[in-house]
Design a binder for this molecule. Structure first.
Ligand code: TLP
Length: 341
């Protein structure tokens, strides 16, 4: 039995057409600035997001960390929602790499309010860390794929600006937010100093992310990328996949969103399973199952459905993507129904 894999949208494999784009890529040594495909990708993503410059990096984690290292100095503080990826899933990098203190703020499904941000900014005083940066996430992963409504995002950014903070956006799934709302990704990005986007999530590229932002910040991030060992040579083979993904895999994210909604509706009909179907906005859903989460993960795996835990004792995360079809959703629901019967 072929497993149906909802662990993450990172598990996709490059399509035959993407593999052809990879094979045909024109390359050079990007450390010398001589890889035309990387340069094209950096120009294209900066333009798409309405920002000045971009840097191609191996991972979303590195894009976020380069932003923090660029905006902050040791002893500074970064404000971020308490469920954010930079707090939970980046190996403690914020303090480990930069000597920066993260301040977790209370949010609702990953979203903050201007008041919460304003209240968290510390006054200038020798006792206090300097509050330097606000880091937001759109869509919000642990929040369940939540999209930031643009006006709320703007209000929160304004609260940060009023306090003199820089603003970073972890937009690993920013194109999911675009497709779910019809609001261009640039509308959020243009309000930030730096935005990270991933090509290796819903867009289906095998590797790669970008840090996009003001030219002076991206120049500094380029230095830090070298320091972290993230400067790559003939990386055009990877950039070609990202370019292909940007061109061909953005609009189809709507299918992933429809599949997630259908999956949520089917799960909500199972005895003891709780899913907030109305809050499934993009390609991520969080469901509560009656048994402890790790037990359910193992049980479903035995029935050919792969999922991840999602933080809470009973919470599971299911993510739809390019390699899961509408038929796979129906088959997965049959398998899950059998497993929990
Ligand atoms: N998230 C992964 C895991 O790390 C949890 C996943 O499977 O969802 N920002 C956000 C919002 C992310 O969800 C991720 C990946 C990243 C950054 C980091 O990207 P990578 O994995 O490329 O370092």
């Amino acid at each position: 039995m072929q497993p149906i894999d909802f662990r993450s949208d990172t598990v996709t494999r490059p399509t035959p057409a993407m593999r052809r784009a990879i094979a045909d890529a024109e390359v050079g040594d990007d450390v010398y600035g001589e890889d035309p495909t990387v340069s094209r990708l950096e120009a294209r993503i900066a333009e798409r997001l309405g920002l000045e410059a971009a840097l191609f990096v191996p991972s979303g984690t590195q894009a976020n960390q380069l932003a923090i290292g660029t905006h902050c100095r040791p002893g500074d503080e970064v404000l971020t929602e308490s469920g954010s990826h930079i707090l939970h899933y980046e190996g403690g990098a914020v303090p480990a790499l930069w000597g920066v203190q993260p301040a977790p703020l209370p949010g609702a499904r990953g979203l903050l309010t201007p008041d919460v941000v304003a209240a968290a900014v510390r006054e200038e005083n020798i006792h206090n860390p300097r509050t330097r940066l606000l880091s937001l996430e759109n869509t919000h992963n642990r929040g369940g794929g939540t999209v930031w409504p643009l006006e709320r995002f703007r209000a929160v950014v304004e609260a940060a600006r009023a306090a003199g903070l820089a603003v970073h956006l972890d937009g690993a799934r920013l194109f999911n937010a675009q497709v779910a709302t019809g609001v261009p990704a640039s509308s959020w990005a243009k309000l930030t100093d730096t935005t990270a986007v991933c090509f290796s999530k819903g867009l289906g590229a095998p590797v790669g992310s970008a840090l996009v932002g003001r030219a002076d910040l991206i120049r500094e991030a380029r230095r830090l990328r070298k320091r972290l060992g993230g400067a790559m040579r003939q990386a055009g083979v990877l950039a070609a996949a990202a370019l292909y993904a940007l061109e061909h895999h953005v609009d189809r994210l709507a299918e992933d969103h429809a599949n997630a909604k259908r999956l949520a509706t089917g799960l909500a009909e199972l005895p003891g399973v709780k899913v907030d179907v109305a809050h499934v906005e993009t390609n991520i859903l969080v469901a509560q199952f009656p048994r402890p989460a790790t037990e359910t993960v193992a049980l479903l795996a035995r029935h050919g459905v792969l999922v991840n835990t999602a933080g809470g004792p009973h919470a599971l995360r299911l993510v739809t993507h390019l390699d899961v079809s509408a038929e796979d959703i129906e088959e997965a629901l049959r398998r899950i129904r059998r497993a929990v019967a």
